[in-house]
Design a protein around this ligand. Structure first.
Ligand SMILES: [Zn+2]
Length: 276
């Protein structure tokens, strides 16, 4: 009798688990555009400068086309098999930590109930904080207090963009210098990146496992060093739309981004990149 009961139970459960499996298979990967912004300014536009109006038009366009904002952290969780993603996810990403991101972008993102990833350069933020040369949308950078505010607002996720390795010379981004031995390189990289990580922890009260490569420069050895430091997702400047798969973290090593130039209007920009 007991065996018969178990037999019937299997027959009852089997069709449900099979159909659930089919649903799961259909929804296990996502195409994710990550848009890369830098400065938001009213009076200029350029390859790395977008007006507040354009940013708002972009968000409205994305909403109208069914896109839902996510953090890079959400991509990590999806790739680690921990949580799902909306059908049409999108990431807005801001690089360098400009004060105008707080001054112009934050109110728009809040008004639109959107969210964004923001990758800060520690040295610039430290200078703003200690010099008192702050609050000018045209050239200032965020202070630690403002970074904490944006993080705590839940509208922004903060990523590491190095403390002082956002230069062309003597080192190009985080690239290993000619004739630099691997041990010295490893130490230089670790010291710099952990300096920002510790600042975020001590002055802002959080840590991040998202790293944005300055100028999109990376190598096999830098990737290994950063992964050993605990970083899980890496933002490049390689252009394209990401294909990510549930429970597969391979895409996290080189997440692509599309630079949001200020030279194109919203419609033209999105059509050009097939974000429809
Ligand atoms: Zn940068």
């Amino acid at each position: 009798m007991r065996k018969f009961f178990i037999f019937c139970l299997i027959f009852l459960i089997l069709p449900f688990s099979l159909s659930a499996g089919v649903c799961y298979a259909e929804s296990e990967s996502r195409d994710i555009p990550i848009l890369m912004y830098h400065q938001i300014l009213k009076s200029w536009t350029g390859d790395y400068i977008v007006t507040p109006k354009t940013l708002q038009d972009d968000i409205k366009y994305l909403k109208n086309h069914g896109y839902e904002p996510i953090f890079v952290e959400d991509i990590i969780n999806f790739c680690e098999g921990k949580s799902s993603l909306p059908e049409k996810p999108v990431v807005l990403s801001f690089d360098d930590g400009h004060y105008n991101n707080f001054f112009y972008a934050y109110p728009i993102i809040k008004e639109e109930n959107f969210k964004a990833n923001l990758n800060v350069i520690g040295g610039f933020c430290d200078f703003s904080t200690t010099s008192g040369d702050i609050d000018n949308p045209n050239y200032s950078y965020l202070t630690w207090e403002e970074i904490k505010f944006l993080h705590d607002s839940k509208y922004f996720e903060i990523g590491n963009h190095t403390f002082k390795m956002h230069n062309f010379k003597p080192r190009f981004g985080i690239k290993r210098k000619d004739n630099e031995d691997i041990e010295s390189y490893k130490k230089a990289l670790e010291d710099d990146i952990m300096k920002l990580e510790n600042k975020l922890k001590n002055d802002c009260g959080f840590s991040t496992d998202v790293f944005a490569y300055p100028f999109g420069v990376y190598s096999k050895e830098s990737e290994e060093i950063l992964k050993n430091l605990g970083f899980k997702a890496f933002l490049t400047c390689n252009e394209g739309i990401n294909k990510v798969t549930f429970n597969d973290n391979s895409a996290l090593s080189h997440l692509k981004r599309i630079n949001r130039t200020g030279k194109l209007d919203t419609e033209t920009f999105f059509q050009k990149h097939h974000i429809t």
